[in-house]
Design a protein around this ligand. Structure first.
Ligand SMILES: Cc1ncc(COP(=O)(O)O)c(C=O)c1O
Length: 397
């Protein structure tokens, strides 16, 4: 096999290219009709009332934190096995990140660990929780909502890995990641390795109208363009004391916002990709099944993502002995597996804030063994066979 096989890869079709080119030829490069159209299609896809498209997943997290009005010192709980942005967003507002360990079976934030933390402090100590649908496996958001309600906390669901993923609620109903039924806000990323690629891009979903309105304003510098909401007088606005009418040019910056807009041509690409999201998900699930079958019962496997109803398989993770040896051997064979993730609490930035080895034993043990295998819809059958064959030959020869 001459071609290199990465762990993830975008898939751009002629249709996608046409959607972008048509937008480039239109009157709008940004803030045009493609953004609203992408938002509507995405909200429909995940089943939420509202969706707000933004420049990337990190901006989405930052806007969530701003809309929830996190203050310096506010404590927020998240998982150490995630991309750093899930935690960093709390720091942007001066909040304190409190990590809770993962469940070694699911690799997700362990709700029991969160319960223990909450029970050990006075009510009101923690403001919110950021669970992550890591690797594409949906968090049981119903259980987290129940817990958050007991303590008056908000939830931001980081669903970057899981568009189309779901869990079954206590009545057996499918609850899609980011549908807004349990979390106050959810976020997605459209970075090229994700299910839907727009170059850079992100989305926030919610069922909360007040948060939605706030997000729209914060996304564009905190600017309001609605005369019912203006704070300055019409006389000031038009520069003529006697006039009671706001002039057409008028707008107000009422809050400290940002420029976190997505462009129209990125939104066009995102919406075009969204049309194939279910096909991609189907293929990811087939690939997962094949990995699972290939590695079940092998002596060198300590754990794997497995076959789980509703899993969106952004990643397929193996936990193995001699992970470094396997990683290097695969690279020698042009297979670029990856490691997700170096535990966030042991990044030097968080060590400086007091986190240390031994704080999160399950996350730390997971990190020593985990490796993410190639997983993307265009992975060819013979390429997957090659990957499986090389892993087996590393351990069995
Ligand atoms: C779990 C998780 N959260 C947040 C992000 C941030 O998204 P972006 O790269 O679009 O800023 C990512 C993407 O890498 C992610 O994987």
């Amino acid at each position: 096999m001459n071609n290199s096989i990465p762990y993830g890869r975008q898939n751009i079709t002629e249709e996608d290219i046409e959607a972008v080119v048509n937008t480039l030829k239109s009157d709008y490069l940004t803030q045009g009709p493609r953004i609203a159209s992408f938002e509507e299609a995405f909200a429909n896809y995940v089943g939420s009332k509202y969706a707000v498209a933004v420049s990337n997943g990190t901006a989405a997290l930052h806007l969530c934190i701003l809309s929830l009005e996190i203050k310096p010192g506010d404590k927020v709980i998240t998982t150490p096995i995630t991309f750093a942005a899930s935690a960093n967003c709390v720091r942007y507002a001066g909040g304190e990140v409190v990590f809770a360990d993962i469940d070694p079976e699911t690799y997700l934030l362990d709700i029991q660990k969160v319960k223990d933390l909450l029970a050990s402090s006075p009510k009101g100590t923690y403001k919110g929780i950021i669970p992550v649908d890591f690797a594409g496996k949906a968090v049981d958001m119903e259980a987290f909502r129940k817990l958050a309600n007991e303590y008056g906390m908000w939830i931001i669901e980081d669903s970057c890995h899981a568009p189309g993923g779901y869990f079954e609620d206590s009545s057996g109903k499918k609850q899609y990641c980011g549908n807004g039924n349990y979390a106050n806000l959810a976020i997605f990323s459209f970075h090229p390795v994700k299910h839907i690629a727009s170059g850079e891009g992100g989305m926030i979903t919610t069922n909360d109208n007040a948060l939605y309105e706030k997000l729209l304003i914060l996304r564009t510098h905190g600017i309001v363009k609605d005369e019912k909401k203006y704070k300055n007088t019409p006389a000031f606005a038009n520069g003529q004391d006697e006039s009671q009418i706001y002039p057409n040019w008028y707008m107000e910056m009422q809050d400290l916002g940002y420029n976190y807009r997505i462009t129209d041509f990125q939104a066009a690409l995102g919406e075009s990709q969204l049309k194939r999201a279910d096909d991609g998900l189907k293929r990811r699930r087939e690939i997962a099944k094949k990995y699972f079958k290939a590695f079940s019962g092998k002596y060198f496997i300590k754990g794997q993502s497995g076959i789980i109803e509703g899993h969106a398989y952004h990643l397929y993770v193996l936990e193995v002995e001699n992970r470094l040896g396997l990683y290097n051997y695969l690279r020698e064979n042009n297979i670029y597996a990856q490691i997700h993730y170096i535990p966030c609490h042991l990044m030097p930035y968080y060590r400086e804030l007091g986190w240390k080895e031994g704080d999160m034993p399950h996350a730390e043990s997971y990190y020593k063994h985990c490796i993410s295998l190639p997983m993307y819809p265009t992975l060819q059958e013979e390429e997957q066979n090659f990957v499986i064959g090389k892993i087996n030959s590393f351990y069995e020869n």
